[in-house]
Ligand binder design. Structure first.
Ligand SMILES: [Cu+2]
Length: 120
């Protein structure tokens, strides 16, 4: 009886981890989100954007220079997906937010470029 209980616990534990929501999920190949941030002239066009938990934000690089989105504050701090890929002109990057908080970000090669996503 006791062994059966222990076995049940061992099975239940990984399942409960699977339900934990990731703070950020990269959305590959999907439709652009309604929450749009344009990157142009070495700046994030909407430096502060407010969304709800479960919403996505799409960044579009409209600059001649490559940029990315690199989260360094809030729930995404230290997340393995925090540093986004470099975007050439015309490329987009969509992130879905699974936890409330203030997600501060920069562009890795241009740290003076700053933005924030507020997830409520
Ligand atoms: Cu940049």
């Amino acid at each position: 009886m006791r062994n059966a209980l222990l076995a049940a616990l061992c099975v239940a534990l990984p399942v409960s981890f699977a339900y934990a929501q990731e703070p950020i999920e990269i959305v590959e190949g999907g439709a652009a989100s309604a929450n749009a941030v344009s990157i142009d002239k070495m700046a994030f066009g909407t430096p502060e954007i407010k969304v709800k938990v479960g919403d996505s934000v799409t960044w579009t690089n409209n600059d001649e220079i490559a940029h990315n989105v690199h989260f360094r504050g809030g729930p995404a701090k230290g997340n393995p997906k925090a540093q986004g890929k470099m975007l050439n002109k015309g490329e987009t990057y969509t992130v879905k937010f699974g936890a409330a908080g203030e997600y501060g970000y920069i562009c890795t090669p241009h740290p003076m470029m700053k933005g924030k996503v507020i997830v409520e």
